[in-house]
Design a protein around this ligand. Structure first.
Ligand SMILES: [Ca+2]
Ligand SMILES: [Ca+2]
Ligand SMILES: [Ca+2]
Length: 296
């Protein structure tokens, strides 16, 4: 992994609407070639973190809702910001995608699915490094993607975000195989991403921050990825279910990689207790980091 470059002055902002990508050609400018390279690239993908997950019915914490899930409404446009002039042959790029969704939440433990709905308006940000390694006549004008950062999910709703992911660590067995303590850290797509083998025992550990805790517990933390049954599971700091030390601020979830999963994106997601405790207030507050995982 490498850390480099301040954001600096962005020199070019390109808003790329889906389906409006020009065909690759030697006639294209560098910025058009970079857009084309990134628009359909699976390394650039950022999950909406939707779908059903483990809820209070797991019996692990009665304070959890009976059910909750996110439901995607729209993903908005794909905004590409070049951080420097591509004339240099290497370029730092920021990709921004908005996200509109519903947060469905059912806090009445009555055996009936009767959720309320809260609006989600999120912004997802990821940075990339692209490099011109080939000829202008090569695909995408010779530009290739070399590094990505995790995707960072932030509120875009006007609600003040009070919950944040601070670090992520992925262990395979007891070996630390991937870690991140800043969403600005670049990882080589060649050899810097988590590589997960179906059937292997892995553990995700995260540290989190709540800037204004009002409840006990003040927040809930969830792991997303190729997990059993559901793509999302509750993380704990109780010294249980793989958590090594109770009460040390490190939240854990340990599982065997599910080969049949379609969710090859490891994300940690913190949700404010204030959001989770009622069905009606317009107070959705959550933050997440996610990184693409490769399947070995
Ligand atoms: Ca209910
Ligand atoms: Ca712990
Ligand atoms: Ca509330």
């Amino acid at each position: 992994m490498i850390k480099l470059l301040g954001t600096g002055a962005a020199v070019l902002v390109l808003v790329l609407a889906a389906g409006c990508v020009a065909e690759p050609s030697a006639e294209l400018t560098d910025s058009e070639n970079i857009q084309n390279l990134l628009s359909g690239n699976s390394f650039v993908r950022m999950t909406p973190l939707e779908g059903q997950g483990e809820s209070g019915d797991g019996g692990k914490d009665n304070a959890l809702p009976e059910h909750w899930w996110r439901e995607l409404s729209s993903e908005g446009s794909f905004e590409v910001i070049l951080g420097n002039d591509p004339e240099m042959g290497i370029c730092t790029v920021t990709v921004i995608r908005n996200l509109s969704a519903d947060f469905n939440i059912d806090v009445t433990h009555d055996g009936v699915l009767n959720p309320g709905v809260k609006a989600i308006s999120d912004i997802r940000t990821r940075r990339l490094i692209v490099e011109k390694t080939g000829l202008s006549t090569d695909p995408h004008g010779g530009w290739v993607l070399t590094h990505i950062t995790p995707a960072e999910f932030s509120l875009n709703s006007g609600v003040t975000q009070e919950v944040f992911i601070q670090s992520m660590k992925i262990y395979q067995g007891d070996e630390l195989t991937w870690e991140c303590d800043s969403p600005d850290t670049f990882y080589s797509i060649e050899d810097g991403l988590p590589v997960l083998e179906p059937g292997i025992l892995v553990r995700l550990e995260v540290e989190v921050l709540h800037t204004n805790p009002q409840y006990e517990p003040a927040y809930y933390v969830f792991a997303h990825g190729p997990c059993p049954i559901w793509p999302r599971h509750w993380m704990n700091d109780d010294g249980l279910w793989g958590d090594r030390v109770a009460g040390d601020g490190v939240y854990s979830y340990e599982w065997y990689i599910e080969g049949s999963s379609e969710h090859w994106f490891i994300a940690a997601d913190i949700i404010d207790a204030d959001t989770m405790l009622d069905e009606i207030e317009d107070d959705y507050d959550s933050g997440a980091w996610g990184i693409l995982a490769l399947r070995s």
